[in-house]
Design a protein around this ligand. Structure first.
Ligand code: BV8
Ligand code: ZN
Length: 257
């Protein structure tokens, strides 16, 4: 902790690079590790566009209940002490911004402002044809997903999904699934922020998903120090200057105090 504090004291352009672990204490299960989402939900079926398409055609009821379960967890979650500590550091002018893999919007709810969402987010939907942005509110999104309750046919799901105001195409959450490209504007902003940071805080990520994990490695390769906060070692531990093991909600407020 003292070595981490010394690194923090010397830094003036800190960037936080976060994953699902930072939202674990907000009640959102992580993807991997002991009670991870992907342990009992196949990534292929629910984490790829072709899996979701196949589910819509072959088992729409299962898709509806998965979306309802996920929405319940994601849309009711509140930021925790770790999100707030990051926002405080930004407000104090010490943190230049956040690069997150999370789609839950909790950094924004905690008060962070300079945020790049590498894997998109739940609130900003896109038209599948012309990519026109359609922003939702959390309550509006909850209502939309609630309308899937009891849906057993594809049409019962699709008929609830808003259509594009520009071209009439179908809209979908701007979340990046496996096999999908990352949003260019988010990637460009993140790369620019990371290129200028003098300390990287890697919080709550297993470091297995690419190209996100490589963004963190690139910062270390150019010589900036990296503090890792996690419950256990992961794929980025070998790149860490200091690793602090424990819950982010406990360690982070203590570290930046
Ligand atoms: C792309 C959105 C190309 C939905 C997500 C083979 C080898 C290498 C790469 C690949 C490969 N095959 C395929 C690929 C590429 C693939 C990939 O990386 N696969 C991996 C799994 C092998 N990547 C992609 O497909 C990406 N796209 O490459 O496109 C392309 C190019 C051109 C044209 C077309 C395509 C897209 C990747 C994005 C996928 N979307 N999610 C949703 O969020 O619901 S991924 C998903 O994983 C989330 O975004 C999540 O954030 C991300 C990373 O996971 P983590 O955040 O690290 O979470 P995890 O559960 O793994 O770990 C949690 C950590 O927290 C643990 O370490 C735990 O110890 C810790 N923790 C827990 N509690 C706490 C804690 N820490 C602190 N405090 C606590 N309390
Ligand atoms: Zn459109």
């Amino acid at each position: 902790m003292d070595r981490a504090r010394a690194l923090l004291a010397d830094a003036s352009r800190i960037v936080a690079f976060t994953g699902a672990g930072i939202s674990a204490e907000s009640g959102i299960p992580t993807f991997r590790g002991k009670d991870g989402l992907w342990n009992d939900v196949e990534v292929e079926t629910f984490g790829t566009p072709w899996g979701i398409r196949a589910l819509l055609d072959n088992d729409p009821g299962r898709l509806a209940s998965h979306l309802l379960d996920r929405a319940d967890v994601l849309l009711d979650a509140q930021p925790n002490a770790a999100h707030k500590a990051i926002a405080d550091l930004e407000q104090a002018g010490r943190l230049a911004g956040v690069v997150t893999q999370n789609v839950d919007g909790l950094h924004r709810d905690a008060g962070s402002r300079n945020i790049f969402c590498l894997h998109g987010d739940l609130i900003n939907w896109r038209c599948v044809d012309c990519r026109q942005l359609h922003q939702h509110s959390r309550p509006g999104l909850k209502q939309l997903v609630q309308s899937f309750t009891g849906a057993t046919t594809a049409n019962e799901i699709l008929s609830q999904i808003p259509h594009c105001q520009v071209c009439g195409g179908l809209t979908r959450p701007g979340v990046v699934l496996f096999g999908e490209e990352l949003p260019t504007d988010q990637v460009e902003g993140a790369v620019d922020l990371l290129a200028r940071c003098d300390l990287l805080l890697v919080i709550g990520t297993s470091g297995v998903v690419e190209p996100a994990a490589s963004f963190a490695r690139t910062v270390v390769r150019r010589g900036a120090p990296m503090i890792e906060l996690n419950m256990e070692p992961g794929d980025l531990t070998s790149s860490a200057t200091v690793s602090l093991f424990g819950a982010a909600g406990n360690i982070l407020p203590e570290l930046i105090a």
